[in-house]
Design a protein around this ligand. Structure first.
Ligand code: ACO
Length: 402
């Protein structure tokens, strides 16, 4: 009989760390999180300062290049990104191949993966210049892809990018403009959108970023790697939480039903979790949630949204959870998704678009992490170990004897 323990001993020492809670998979100089202090730094700069003073494209430049851009550098970067926002006309046919009721994340996985069928040059990841071009293409085209996925789902014609607009305004216009009607982007909404992009731009080795790195470690082309990241982000424990959170608030429906849901969240025999609460790394508060809460107040004020029923539920839930000993003791605070969902809902996005917007924002983080990994001379293909718990060596049993 095979002695598995002995075999493992011969294979050398390795750790068993489900969920990678204490294993670093790489070295990175992009993003730093001090979960206990509720601190998030992009290339050393605190997220609240960037959200207040910077723009998303400036943050993209910072994440990709390591330093804040000068005026000339930002102008050139913005110009280059803006010039790559269009999709190849043939890509429109790809969208038309999907069912109208397909989830936009499903469409995004497919269309982003298909970029590799259009840009063969980017497949040469050994060429630094090609890696650069692939990065720009991804950042420039992802808002167009997300907006087209939305337009397709509501049966409206695609709105082409407008190169005179900034990144966030252009996205809002591509989503909400309809033919024969003027669409003027409100600067407060555009600023709030830009902040949502900035706050989600990178978050070190979360599940989707680790997926991008693992896929990329085999030398796969960047578009395929980002498509893998989008697929991973879709899950309700990760990027899908903002959608799940708003759906949950609507399901709760009225403030008087909150205690029932709080009780379910505490009941260990019930798999239900309060969506939009808790975080793997932030065990104090999520600094992105603080900024997002401010933005939510601004947007609701601007749109004159008095407490509608969903908002009333959200505010009451936030208060109860912050005071309830179970949530306090387990350090379960509202996370960034709790507030981003409220803003996006107020802007008019259906819940199905929440995760695509997260994917759009995170694309720069994925690309920056992918570039960092590919440029690392110590790069090794990712190959986690396992702790085998199956049957030991046994003889094949003929069909007649089973
Ligand atoms: N509601 C109720 N209880 C919770 C919640 C929640 N949202 N989150 C964690 N807990 C409880 C767990 O049951 C567990 O209790 P126990 O110690 O009695 O067993 C304890 O808190 C610790 O939870 P873990 O699952 O070990 O924490 P982990 O760090 O693995 O999970 C996660 C983090 C996945 C984010 C979790 O808090 C969760 O499921 N939250 C809801 C989904 C969500 O909002 N996700 C968005 C994350 S942010 C992002 O992706 C941008």
């Amino acid at each position: 009989v095979l002695d598995i323990t002995k075999l493992y001993a011969q294979a050398g020492v390795f750790t068993f760390d489900p969920g990678f809670t204490s294993t670093a998979s790489c070295e990175s100089s992009i993003t730093f999180i001090a979960g206990g202090k509720g601190e998030l730094l992009y290339r050393g700069y605190p997220i609240d300062q960037l959200a207040e003073k910077s723009s998303y494209l400036e943050v993209c430049y910072l994440l990709l290049n390591g330093e804040l851009p000068t005026t000339a550098q930002l102008e050139e970067f913005t110009h280059t990104v803006t010039n790559h926002t269009m999709l190849h006309d043939q890509m429109n046919n790809l969208f038309r191949g999907f069912r109208r009721d397909a989830h936009p994340m499903a469409i995004m996985c497919g269309v982003v993966g298909a970029l590799s069928a259009f840009y063969h040059d980017s497949a040469d990841i050994t060429d630094e210049k090609q890696r650069e071009i692939a990065s720009i293409r991804m950042i420039a085209k992802i808002p167009t892809i997300a907006a087209y996925a939305f337009k397709y789902s509501v049966g409206q014609p695609f709105v082409y990018p407008d190169n005179n607009l900034d990144y966030a305004s252009n996205f809002l216009r591509m989503c909400f403009a309809v033919p024969a009607e003027d669409y003027v982007v409100n600067p407060i909404l555009s600023k709030a959108m830009d902040r949502i992009f900035t706050l989600h731009a990178d978050h070190e080795q979360n599940a989707s970023t680790s997926t991008v790195r693992l896929a990329g470690s085999s030398g796969a082309n960047p578009f395929a790697c980002i498509a893998a990241g989008i697929a991973c982000l879709w899950g309700p424990a990760h990027g899908g939480a903002n959608e799940a959170c708003l759906n949950m608030l609507r399901e709760i429906g009225t403030v008087d039903r909150i205690p029932e849901y709080i009780a379910r969240a505490k009941d260990k025999s019930d798999p239900f979790r309060l969506m939009g609460f808790g975080h793997r790394v932030y065990k104090n508060f999520d600094p992105r949630a603080t900024v997002m809460k401010e933005s939510a107040d601004e947007v609701l004020d601007l749109l004159g949204i008095e407490d509608n029923e969903t908002l009333k539920v959200a505010k009451a839930l936030e208060k109860i959870a912050l005071e309830d000993p179970y949530f306090v003791e387990k350090k379960l605070y509202p996370n960034v998704d709790f507030y981003s969902g409220i803003i996006l809902d107020a802007m008019g996005f259906p819940t199905s678009m929440f995760t695509p917007i997260f994917a759009l924002s995170r694309t720069v983080g994925w690309i920056a992490q992918w570039k960092e990994m590919i440029g690392d001379p110590k790069l090794k293909i990712g190959r986690p170990r396992q702790l085998y718990t199956g049957a030991t060596n046994r003889d094949y049993v003929d069909m007649a004897e089973r």
